[in-house]
Design a protein around this ligand. Structure first.
Ligand SMILES: Cc1cc2nc3c(=O)[nH]c(=O)nc-3n(C[C@H](O)[C@H](O)[C@H](O)COP(=O)(O)O)c2cc1C
Length: 221
């Protein structure tokens, strides 16, 4: 097996990646180009080109990302596209200073939010359990649930951005309460993060940071 895959592995890639391709390639149901696009070679972008990101692209990625599973099919993530100059300026105004230039440069800035009233959709999206909505009468429990499941979907969203050949720049360096008050008042949405989306620009990457290896992240009990 090693000899077959060795022929496909470019010299320039890291030892870690070579090892992975040589040892694990036959275990994946997706080819190495797709693995690279979605995970191994995908990076977090800090600069962006001015190539626009269209609504059709965001719709295409949502059509993939929406299939990612959530508990009780709750799907609380909402995406708010800050398209107008006014909306974008307001979002940028709530970012930590180090994040402002990245968002100003990005062709699209997205507020990723959780819908705290997601339970209203449960009769439609979880009809197999008619009492589902009532489980979320308590606001504190509902809020925690909305946040956790929106975060889960945010991960699918990042992978969806990569599936379009675009780069994501997620940012938690943001005054989320400020965005909620300024842009989302009365909507029932709560900001969880802001994400830049676009084609990477010049010097878009920081040096790759190490990941924890398998033995530190996985235990068997
Ligand atoms: C939820 C989340 C929040 C992040 N917040 C910020 C941020 O506020 N500012 C920033 O420069 N990078 C931020 N990052 C980027 C991470 O530092 C980066 O994704 C990580 O170091 C991995 O980089 P890589 O994908 O290039 O390997 C954030 C990433 C995630 C997923």
């Amino acid at each position: 097996m090693a000899a077959t895959h060795a022929a496909k592995v470019p010299e320039s890639i890291s030892c870690e990646r070579k090892y992975m391709l040589l040892v694990f390639t036959d275990m994946y149901a997706i080819n190495s180009e797709t693995q690279d696009l979605l995970f191994a070679q995908a990076r977090t972008a800090s600069t962006f080109s001015n190539a626009p990101v269209s609504d059709a692209q965001i719709e295409a990625l949502y059509e993939l990302a929406k299939w990612g599973p959530t508990s009780m099919n709750t799907q609380p993530m909402r995406l708010v596209l800050a398209r107008s100059a006014e909306a974008k300026a307001k979002v940028v105004g709530h970012l930590f200073d180090g994040n402002k230039p990245k968002a100003e440069m990005a062709p699209l800035v997205v507020v990723v939010a959780a819908d705290l009233n997601f339970h209203e959709t449960l009769p439609e999206v979880f009809p197999i359990f008619p009492g589902a909505k009532d489980m979320f009468a308590d606001e504190g429990y509902r809020t925690q649930f909305a946040l956790s499941q929106a975060w889960l979907q945010a991960g699918y969203f990042i992978v969806g951005v990569r599936a379009l050949g675009l780069a994501a720049g997620p940012m938690l360096g943001v005054n989320t309460a400020g965005i909620d008050a300024d842009l989302l008042a009365g909507t029932g949405l709560r900001t969880i993060m802001v994400m830049n989306v676009g084609k990477p620009g010049d010097n878009a990457w920081f040096d790759r940071l190490p990941r924890l290896d398998y033995s530190r992240a996985v235990t068997t009990i």
